[in-house]
Design a protein around this ligand. Sequence first.
Ligand code: ATP
Ligand code: MG
Length: 422
Amino acid sequence: MSRNAVNVVERLQQAGYQAFAVGGCVRDLLLDLEPKDFDVATSATPEQVRATFRNARLIGRRFKLVHVHFGREIIEVATFRASHADEGEDSPPQDSENARQSESGRLLRDNVYGTLEQDAQRRDFTINSLYYDVRTGNIHDFAHGLHDIRNRQVRLIGDPVQRYLEDPVRMLRAVRFAAKLDFEIEQHSAAPLIEMADLLHDIPAARLFDEVLKLLLSGKGEETFELLCRYDLFAPLFPDTDEALEHNADYTLRLIRQALRNTDERIRQQRPVTPAFLFAALLWPALPERIRELEHRGVPSVPAQQQAAQELLAEQCRHTAIPKRFSIPLREIWDLQPRLERRSGRRADQMLEHPRFRAAYDFLLLREGAGEDTGGLGAWWTTYQDASENKRREMIRELADGPATSKRPRNRRKRKPRAQAD
Ligand code: ATP
Ligand code: MG
């Protein structure tokens, strides 16, 4: 357990509230995994929590909670909540300040506080509904989460259809935990997924972006992608890429799988990964179709590429809002692809100096790995980077003369246009 989480629980208890470690940290510790973060559940209201700690901040509107900061670690403290059905008949949720639902039953605001037992029932999955009392060492298990941990099942609490209607993001969470923990999605929880996948279109794009990062950048990206596809959950997140998966399945699948495999491997080695690179890869296969459409309408090739990239990103942001700090480097990685071909004079050396060269080069290798024919461009850059100054000059000279294989085809090429011109 994180010392800070224990500290938060104990301080709340000393102040007279109930408090437990809950959610992913209890689940992961039981499975011998290292928790990503620590969540605390308490009977104290967010205001009371904030008053208990100096370093605490209220956050969220749809779901109010308190972040208690300890340097870089944040302990997330949530007040026990009741499900909306638990409320008295006198207070219809739609009218309330604290609880609002859309027509489909989606929870637009979820701030009706309740008891520990009620809180256990409103959590998403049984395995996420375990409450650990750090003082006694007891675990409260109102939803049979321990049973499902033993049997490696991701099971929604309550009626799956209703729980997905309340919050469609739970569909993504089901897939995420199944991949992360190597669990099965229990059959009743899995059954409605395909039918309900389109509900994700109603979720704010900023929330979906966060969720996509958790899905694809937590070390099990490749498996998660397969599960998303199996349950039709990929299409509402990346509709353009989904079309490419239909029209150009082999290439698109190879590229995405390889990108995710590389990402997973980097995470395993604790090397940095960036959403910019991953999104560049996920969306790349959708570009040609848009370029073709624009060219078909008479837009010349180079502006068509620029416009297609811009339109594709704008469209994608309607589904997963990519922040500028990622979309700008993403565009650079794309824009550098054709520039990697232009190597004459000092251009290749200037390219090496470009802050985004490394990402662009990795991206080129990824494209080639997926089967794109670039005429050996990746291998050329691999050699060039490690070559001596003399060797580099020679490589550039050879470029001017055509492909650096042998002399004969080079000469043939040179003569041909002249002969035709004659
Ligand atoms: P991890 O932190 O490893 O990604 P987690 O289970 O801790 O997984 P969080 O997003 O940190 O997930 O949420 C903490 C807890 O809050 C969950 O374990 C769950 O009990 C509850 N929770 C989170 N999101 C939802 C939701 N959409 N619906 C119901 N309960 C939720
Ligand atoms: Mg958590």
